[in-house]
Design a binder for this molecule. Structure first.
Ligand SMILES: Cc1ncc(COP(=O)(O)O)c(C=O)c1O
Length: 1009
């Protein structure tokens, strides 16, 4: 019997339902493996599942199904499960004769609402935790239920998974070897595994049987369906199945499994032994899945449902097999709140009973006191990456520090997140974008090369290698120790080549023996000389190496595997200082700072370091910064930093003395400008620049009547807020002052006039305001606008607008100001200044943000005529504006824009990014408009009828942050994603941005239009 196209069959079934259940409704076929399933929608609007069991179904099976569901109906739980709908006669099933005259049992079940798990995107940590909670809860509900059919031989029972061995020959040789590895491992654990606790379990929480609520913002686990595979088996198998499907498609499936395990364990605590075998149970369930698919491909190629997860299962298997089973075990234990390494507590107890002096490690130094060395992300001692990556500098700093504290041993670093590990071996792609290993697992002792190192405990040499390569260990020795029933290892890294050459694995070192000496940079992985000393409770399968730094995310597990060496030394100066943001910091901020100063993101970032296009938080997480146009030539560009440092060391004073820096800067700027703009006044911020420009307008025209754009922003001072519609028309604003006249934002996409041919119409609006002033017999002062409106939402002015508007303003005797605070200094790509895009020459331009690359320096540039009217006898004095340090910094920024060809980079990368965003928008119509110039772009999120989508924009920005990319919204409706990264943004950076955007745009929230 088939379900489709047989209207006769459907009609007959409908009649059967009417007769047996007194329900009239429509039937739609659903997917199923052995039985036929239909969705029944009654005329009253209720929904049910109609199951038409296969004719050859064992009657025991049906009895089992009925009893298990009836058992569950007697229980209390807060999720949905199917309930049996009884016939009018009160029967749980009926008999139905199909068109082949075969008798089939029929069962009607309640409909479990929600979306199938496999359609949900993203399957968040919270959702996976919910899945674990529900599956665990279901496990507890079934603890007091049993049925003879649950004890059948069943091919989907993980415990019986070895049957797949017979079918290995169906696979390629490579696949066979992978599957064999799993089956062999499973065979090895059989004696222990068979002793694990057993219960009756659902056994099939796959992504087609789990339902999630319709709420895409805060999805919750709704329920579970299909008890067809329920079986009496090791309870852990149920969790393994849950994990197997819910972690498919993740870059890091181990990480993805942890919330599920945590949830399951919360509802239904697992035995420690079960966690030991969970890794292999997951692998075996996947083996079952791919083997069944292979058999089905051969036997029932026409039922696609049977191979639904084959590709994803293989992909996961390939990833899973790369994971160290022991590490997985420890991470599972961590998820369940157990000490990740089972021996960790015993080791700590033993270690605390020990007295080990630092002198036993370095007997020749005779030092007992430690001087802690801060190498954390925010460390000012470490300073700029350019410095700390310079060995001579590092050596010099250390030597200087040692000179001041000759009696102390410079050391530290356990659990410290550090910016030092910059080579590719420390990076990986995790579930939320790139991740970097940076948490130090040992203690470093910064002593001179050749300092003798002695073994603090006797032990067997298990590793003695010379690990070559930049930022590696160089000479590495690992000793194995047995103490009071505990096995542990001590790792000595960055030794000399000679130290390891004389040792061979298997050899023995006595306590107190000299095992070697600290290596010099050429032999220790290019570090300043130091000993990296680490304790390990397991080698985790490593034979020639062992990680000395870990991912901060995995801290608890690694901390447990690698206990604090100071447990032995008990030295005050070695106490670990773990990176954290205290709640106090947020509280203090609220206590001391004005509440108008907002923090970005739902969970604020604690940024500690910048470099190029990246910002780093206190845990060393790297964020691609696509929004900080202030860091114009890259965060903390070493040359800008040096320029400021050098000048500050010599002189910083006001501009009343002659100094080269201020004139050099003026000269440099002048070279980028048309000859008309030739007089410079230096100030400290964009707001100050615009404030000064307003004074110039008043001085030149005698009027303060200003024409400003709707949603324009020009700064935070009283004068600037008065000309910023973004502020006075926004939250807390009080509308335009009498002398301020607002023309409609020239937005060709969603503005008053739409399309690219609207320049004249918008310019006409400016003229209308001038006419109004004329009618009131008021004189025009000036007109101010940005060449691309930033706060307006990266709005590109329509062609011809500025030219026409300038002509009207000038005709009325007003001055034209171009606010270049955001758009200047090469960001536009095509031109150095924004106004040059429009073929106009302003009377005044104001500069700010990018000029100092983060240092407060800004400027006003105007014509000679304006300058001479402004200089009416009143001195213009600015305490800080134009000081030698600020000018040195700004000069260096301009040099770098030129030397590093950053304007042409903005043109190249900006054009590439814009083109690729346009391509992306073809698949995601929510991206209504892609606009901007160079590296000053915007993506406006709208519905098909151009309604703004603020919620989606917010969601996108927060999700991008979770994936390590900083973005921000703008525009009056907060629905424009702005992109204005440091100009060193590369094609690779653009690709990372595009890939991540492409991924988040596919998520359910983004489809809500
Ligand atoms: C276009 C524009 N003008 C002026 C300013 C004010 O600059 P500052 O914050 O340096 O005072 C800003 C700041 O965001 C701006 O975007």
């Amino acid at each position: 019997m088939t379900t489709s196209g047989k209207s006769g069959t459907i009609e007959k079934l409908k009649a059967h339902i009417l007769e047996q259940y007194d329900i009239k409704g429509d039937l739609t076929p659903l997917a199923g493996e052995l039985d036929l399933n239909f969705k029944l929608r009654s005329v009253q609007g209720d929904t049910f599942v109609l199951k038409l069991y296969a004719p050859d179904r064992d009657p025991q099976f049906l009895d089992f199904q009925t009893k298990i569901l009836s058992h569950l109906e007697t229980k209390q739980f807060d999720f949905q499960l199917p309930r049996i709908i009884k016939t009018v006669e009160g029967e749980p099933t009926t008999l139905y004769t199909d068109e082949n005259q075969q008798q089939r049992s029929v069962q009607l079940l309640s409909w479990v609402s929600g979306r199938l798990w496999h359609t949900v995107n993203p399957a968040t940590d919270a959702l996976r935790h919910g899945l674990g909670l529900v599956c665990g809860q279901l496990g507890t509900l079934l603890q007091d239920f049993d049925h003879p059919f649950a004890h059948r031989e069943f091919e989907w029972d993980v415990a019986k998974g070895l049957w797949t061995k017979v079918f290995l020959n169906l696979f390629t040789l490579e696949e066979q070897s992978l599957l064999k590895k799993i089956l062999n491992q499973f065979e090895v654990i059989q004696p222990e595994y068979s002793q694990l606790a057993k219960t009756l379990v659902h056994n099939d929480a796959n992504d087609f049987n789990v339902l999630v609520s319709e709420d895409v913002f805060n999805p919750k686990l709704e329920g579970l369906i299909d008890f067809g595979d329920a079986i009496y088996t090791q309870t852990v198998n149920d969790l393994a199945i849950c994990c197997s499907y819910a972690i498919m498609g993740f870059e890091d499936p181990l990480e993805a499994s942890l919330p599920i395990i945590k949830g399951y364990h919360t509802s239904f605590p697992l035995e420690e032994q079960a966690l030991k075998h969970l890794y292999i149970c997951i692998a075996l369930r996947l083996t079952l899945s791919v083997t069944k698919s292979k058999i089905n491909q051969i036997e029932a190629a026409d039922n696609p449902y049977l191979q639904v997860s084959d590709q994803a299962a293989w992909k996961l298997l390939h990833k899973w097999i790369q994971i160290d089973p022991e590490l997985a075990h420890y991470r599972f234990r961590e998820a369940c709140g157990m000490s990740p390494h089972p021996q960790a507590h015993s080791f700590v107890d033993w270690a605390l009973s020990q007295e080990v002096s630092l002198q036993s490690l370095f007997p020749t130094l005779e030092k007992t006191e430690v001087l802690p060395l801060d190498l954390s992300i925010s460390s000012l001692w470490l300073g700029h990456s350019e410095d700390f990556n310079n060995l001579d500098w590092f050596d010099y700093q250390l030597a200087s520090l040692q000179k001041v504290h000759p009696e102390k041993l410079i050391a530290g670093g356990y659990l410290e997140a550090r910016p030092l590990y910059t080579t590719a071996t420390y990076d990986k792609i995790g579930n939320e974008g790139p991740e970097n290993r940076c948490m130090h697992l040992g203690t470093d002792f910064w002593v001179q090369a050749s300092t003798p190192v002695h073994a603090i405990y006797g032990g067997e040499v298990v590793v003695a290698v010379q690990e070559k390569g930049d930022k590696k260990y160089g000479g590495l020795i690992i000793l194995k120790h047995h103490k009071e029933g505990i096995v542990f290892y001590s790792l000595y890294g960055h030794l000399s080549a000679a130290s390891v050459n004389k040792l061979t694995p298997g050899g023995w070192i006595n306590q107190g023996d000299r095992i070697g000496e600290v290596g010099c940079a050429t032999e220790n992985g290019n570090w300043s000389p130091h000993l990296h000393f680490q304790l390990l409770l397991s080698l985790l399968g490593y034979t020639n190496d062992f990680p000395g730094v870990a991912y901060v995310k995995e801290k608890e597990t690694w901390q447990s595997i690698c206990p604090d060496p100071n447990l032995l030394f008990k030295t005050e100066g070695l106490k670990p200082i773990e990176p954290s943001v205290s709640d106090q910091l947020l509280a203090d901020r609220k206590k001391y700072l004005g509440s108008g100063m907002s923090l970005q993101y739902k969970e604020p970032l604690y940024i500690q370091r910048g470099s190029g296009v990246y910002l780093y938080d206190h845990l060393g997480r790297k964020y691609l910064d696509t929004v900080n146009n202030v860091a114009h030539v890259g965060h903390e560009h070493p040359r800008v930093v040096k320029a400021g440092q050098k000048q500050m060391a010599v002189l910083n004073t006001n501009s009343r003395y002659l100094h080269d820096n201020i004139t050099t800067l003026a000269e440099q700027l002048k070279a980028t400008l048309p000859p008309e703009l030739s007089v410079f006044h230096f100030v400290n911020s964009g707001s100050e620049a615009n404030e000064l420009a307003l004074r110039m307008v008043k001085a030149y025209t005698g009027s303060n009547e200003m024409l400003v754009s709707e949603v324009g922003y020009h700064g935070n001072t009283t004068g600037c807020v008065e000309i910023s519609s973004y502020k006075f028309d926004g939250k807390g604003g009080e509308g335009a002052a009498d002398h301020v006249h607002v023309f409609p934002m020239p937005d060709p996409f969603r503005g008053k006039y739409r399309g690219n041919e609207t320049g004249a119409s918008y310019a006409e609006e400016v003229q209308l305001l001038i006419d109004q002033l004329n009618r009131k017999q008021k004189k025009l002062g000036g007109f101010i606008i940005e060449p691309i409106l930033s706060c307006g939402g990266q709005i590109e002015l329509p062609e011809g607008f500025l030219k026409k508007a300038y002509a009207s303003v000038r005709k009325a005797g007003g001055l034209c100001i171009s606010d270049e605070v955001q758009t200047g200094c090469g960001r536009m790509g095509k031109t150095f200044w924004g106004f040059q895009l429009h073929e106009v020459i302003p009377d005044i331009i104001t500069l700010g943000k990018p000029l100092g690359n983060g240092h407060p320096v800004a400027a006003v540039v105007c014509t000679k005529q304006v300058a001479s009217k402004f200089a009416n006898g009143m001195e213009f004095f600015n305490t800080f504006g134009g000081n030698p340090v600020s000018c040195a910094i700004a000069s260096e920024v301009l040099h770098l824009v030129e030397e590093e060809k950053l304007q042409s980079n903005a043109l190249k990368v900006g054009a590439y990014l814009k083109a690729e965003l346009n391509k992306l928008s073809a698949s995601f119509p929510i991206m209504g408009s892609i606009r901007g110039q160079g590296l000053f772009l915007g993506i406006e999120l709208v519905t098909a009828s151009k309604q703004p989508l603020e919620t989606q924009a917010n969601y996108l920005v927060n999700r991008m942050k979770q994936h390590g990319i900083l973005m921000s919204t703008d525009g009056p409706d907060h629905n424009v994603i702005k992109i204005k990264p440091p100009l060193v943004f590369s094609i690779e950076d653009a690709n990372l941005l595009l890939q991540t955007l492409g991924r988040i745009l596919k998520e359910d929230v983004m489809k809500m239009i």
